[in-house]
Ligand binder design. Structure first.
Ligand code: NAD
Length: 356
């Protein structure tokens, strides 16, 4: 079955994407291409060395490093970074890291209009979207604004090769979740479905090779290719139950982002399998099981992903409240959502059972 749909809208921002080993050493070319002279390099404290390396390769085009990015993009950190960017006279940003660092770059760009060059080191996919989640006074809100979309993305498999295997598998399932939910999105289009399918296939082909040999650059490249495709799907179409549940568990119970996606994905897709049978058939075909939720669960098991919310530290007593929060406001999902259904789904995910 082709992915043709009779009505669709596709809109692309001006985006340049480059792939290749060693790409992190070619950032100066891209700064020059944008016509800029002073790039501020952003990272988390943990990746400050990688950021300093980038700043060195930029030479006179470097405005130094701000290594203060943290998870969930707190507005206070953005304001500090913004003031720093002004003080050092930065005229563009280079974000090297995962979704936390990329989120900081987007938050600065939103407020300053500075161009962004992003060098992703996880599979989360934020670089491919105009979406920004920010936290203020303990509340995370999400906005969609073209001003947050990075101008240039440079994928370097040598950088992602340092991602520890446990984070690698969780981050990959985080990416795959964008594609899996993109397949049944209400506003999907033929290209988003093609990209979702190809993104899932890239992870199916290469992720087990990465787990067996984390330094395998060919396999790392193919997984990064998958991350780009899956992230692009996230940027183009709406998400549903899976992302809602992960947002609830991350936002209200402080569960870790990528690992939560890894645990929930087989359950959310299993829940929607009957209502979106045609759209999800490709998931079963790619991962080798007629039931798409079970196919993803077995894949997660094979690559050593976390399988239970219990293992992530969620208390069983919190499941009622999680189900209540996740169903408090109505949202579209291929299968209508009731609180009792979601409570049962969360119970299975908490115990780490295979989806029914
Ligand atoms: P992260 O950016 O928080 O990274 C986790 C940790 O791993 C950090 O300490 C980081 O420095 C380290 N790390 C990253 N890459 C590494 C590497 N190659 N080697 C060694 N260490 C490395 O994790 P994430 O899962 O990429 O991002 C999560 C955040 O991104 C969340 O806040 C989430 O909401 C956001 N996100 C946003 C979007 C979007 O479109 N807006 C999409 C996906 C995720």
């Amino acid at each position: 079955m082709s992915h043709f749909t009779p009505d669709f809208v596709i809109q692309y921002a001006g985006l340049r994407v480059r792939f290749g080993a060693g790409m992190r050493n070619r950032i100066a070319e891209e700064v020059e291409r944008l016509g800029h002279a002073r790039a501020l390099v952003l990272s988390t404290p943990e990746q400050a060395d990688a950021a300093r390396h980038v700043a060195e390769t930029l030479g006179p085009r470097s405005a130094g490093v701000f290594a203060g990015a943290v998870m969930h993009t707190p507005v206070a950190v953005t304001q500090t970074a913004l003031a720093h960017a002004e003080t050092v006279g930065a005229d563009c940003l280079v974000a090297i890291g995962g979704g936390s660092t990329i989120g900081l770059g987007k938050a600065i760009a939103l407020r300053s209009g500075l161009d962004q060059i992003v060098v992703p080191t996880t599979y989360a996919g934020s670089e491919a979207t105009p979406i920004l989640g920010q936290t203020e006074n303990g509340i995370k809100t999400t906005l969609i604004d073209p001003a947050t979309q990075p101008e240039i993305v440079l994928y370097d498999p040598e950088l992602v090769a340092t991602l520890p295997v446990p984070l690698t598998v969780s981050s990959a399932l985080n990416a795959m979740a964008h594609a899996a939910e993109g397949l049944y999105a209400q506003n999907r289009n033929p290209l988003s479905s093609l990209m979702a399918e190809e993104g899932l296939r890239a992870f199916a082909d290469a992720l087990e090779r990465v787990v067996a040999n984390p330094g395998d650059l060919d396999a790392r490249s193919e997984t990064l290719y998958g991350a780009w495709l899956c992230g692009t799907v996230l940027g183009q179409v709406g998400m549903a139950l899976h992302h809602k549940l992960c947002h609830t568990l991350g936002g209200s119970f402080d569960l870790p982002h990528a690992q939560t996606h890894a645990v929930i994905l087989p359950h959310a897709i299993g829940f929607n399998a009957g209502a979106a049978a045609d759209e999800l058939a490709v998931v079963g075909a790619i991962f080798g099981d007629d039931h798409p939720g079970r196919a993803l669960y077995r894949f997660a098991e094979r690559i050593g992903a976390p399988l239970s919310l219990r293992a992530l530290g969620l208390a069983e007593a919190d499941l009622d409240r999680a189900a209540e929060i996740a169903t408090a406001k109505p949202y579209w999902n291929p299968r209508p959502v009731t609180r009792a259904d979601i409570r049962a789904l969360l119970q299975a995910a908490w115990e780490g059972r295979a989806p029914a």
